[in-house]
Ligand binder design. Structure first.
Ligand SMILES: Nc1ncnc2c1ncn2[C@@H]1O[C@H](COP(=O)(O)OP(=O)(O)O)[C@@H](O)[C@H]1O
Ligand SMILES: CC(=O)OP(=O)(O)O
Ligand SMILES: [Mg+2]
Length: 413
């Protein structure tokens, strides 16, 4: 590993199926000199938005960006434009979000050829995500082969799940032969948010039991006991669990045989149906909760039903994880929908007063980007909103790993 002692910055790359989010974080002074994203990759109208530090110095351009490699080049150009290029001596490492780490990776990992090969082996179980992560890693390594690159896995936080929560009730030999089990995702977010929730309650993570509801485009719930994940709603792939923007979440697996046998659909057709044409978009044509709420206000029935299905599933998971944990200190909402949609939060806990769950309408209506309680003072269980910050968590874990490497080498030299 290289990097001088004054290399205090980490570039975080979060490559999604059609977007790359990037942030440059300074681990010494806590600033974020660069923040931005490339979206709609592969379309004619791709967009590069460089938000700049704290929203200052925003730049935006539109034009075709054919693939993730080109997107990474665009990110490098944006950084160079601000004098923050990848050749900067201040750069200590690049941290990559990697969605599927299988069973091998339960901690942030320095990327080697072997690690990359293992991430590639997991593509079949994260087809929307791992290929993008791999391109991000390859491109970044080509641009800065000397710099440590670290993978931070979505699955890592969930490796503490007990065997009875992680296993499906299917033939053990088949399951083991094909490594079929529940891995869980969004772990970086669940870890960060559950820790911040403990802070908000004035407690140590070890002292509290929390249910985290990460509701973005992808959505998942987790039950966290004393800082360790004991159950989560996503499974072998990020398809299981909650209703999402475009994914069905839980479904009778027989639906898939039925579609193949009766509707003549291929494996790929079913895959696309459940991952891209289901969830909110499949139910009502929109996957953005803002648009769905607007349509409900106008009396649109399909939007209303989509909302009700979404919330009903959410409520079932709150109940299930309440039972798993036995005692719950907080139910915490995070990510795009969880942080911004007061109606979703209100509806998700409506009728759960007997469980100690109540939302205060005034507190819930407040818009803010700081962690906050939305339950009344006297509530038995706190209901909270905690904005997630996967990039900060990835940067911290990356810097800790690289820093440890530097110290270790320092001692050895
Ligand atoms: N002001 C808002 N009100 C309601 N929902 C919102 C708002 N802003 C964003 N969202 C929802 O958040 C989603 C994106 O969440 P986000 O966590 O950014 O997703 P991802 O990281 O998976 O791309 C949008 O699709 C939309 O449904
Ligand atoms: C794992 C997953 O669903 O990620 P995202 O929400 O970024 O699609
Ligand atoms: Mg997300």
């Amino acid at each position: 590993m290289t990097g001088s002692a004054n290399a205090t910055r980490v570039l975080v790359l979060n490559s999604g199926s059609s977007s790359v989010k990037y942030q440059l974080l300074d681990m010494e002074d806590g600033t974020r000199p660069a923040v931005g994203l490339v979206e709609r990759i592969g379309e004619e109208t791709s967009r590069v938005v460089n938000t700049g530090p704290a929203g200052a110095g925003k730049r935006e351009r539109t034009g075709p960006i054919p693939d993730h490699a080109a997107a990474l080049k665009a990110v490098a150009d944006e950084l160079a434009h601000d004098g923050l290029g990848l050749d900067s001596p201040e750069l200590a490492a690049i941290g990559h979000r990697v969605v599927h780490g299988g069973l091998k990776f339960s901690a942030p990992t320095l990327i080697t050829d072997e690690v990359l090969a293992e991430i590639e082996r997991l593509v079949p179980v994260a087809p929307l995500h791992n290929p993008a992560n791999i391109t991000g890693i390859r491109t970044a390594r080509a641009l800065r082969p000397d710099l440590p690159q670290v993978a931070v896995f979505d699955t890592a936080f969930h490796t503490t799940m007990p065997e009875y929560a992680a296993r499906y009730a299917i033939d053990v030999e088949t399951a083991d032969a094909h490594r079929i089990r529940r891995y869980g995702f969004h772990g970086t977010s669940h870890a960060y948010v559950s820790r911040r929730a403990a802070e908000l309650l004035g407690k140590e993570p070890e002292e509290v039991n929390v249910i985290v509801l990460h509701l973005g485009n992808g959505a998942s719930a987790s039950a966290v006991r004393g800082g360790r994940c004991v159950d989560t709603s996503m499974g072998l792939t990020p398809l299981e669990g909650l209703v999402m923007g475009t994914r069905s979440g839980d479904i009778d697996p027989a639906v898939t045989f039925h579609l193949k046998r009766v509707a003549g659909m291929s494996e790929d057709d079913v895959d696309v149906l459940l991952n891209k044409r289901s969830g909110l978009v499949g139910l009502c044509g929109d996957n953005d909760m803002r648009e769905i709420r607007r349509r409900i206000e106008e009396g649109d029935e399909s939007a209303r039903l989509a909302f009700e299905i979404y919330v009903h599933r959410l409520k079932k998971y709150i109940g299930a994880y309440y039972a798993v944990l036995g005692r719950v200190d907080a139910v915490v909402f995070t990510a795009g929908v969880g942080e911004n949609s007061a109606p979703v939060r209100e509806a998700a806990v409506a009728g759960l007063e007997e469980l100690g769950l109540v939302v205060d309408a005034d507190l819930n209506a407040v818009r803010s980007d700081v962690p906050r309680l939305v339950s009344p003072d006297h509530a038995r269980v706190a209901v909270a909103v905690v904005p997630t910050d996967e990039e900060l968590e990835i940067a911290r874990q990356t810097f800790a790993l690289v820093g440890a490497g530097r110290e270790g080498r320092g001692r050895a030299e």
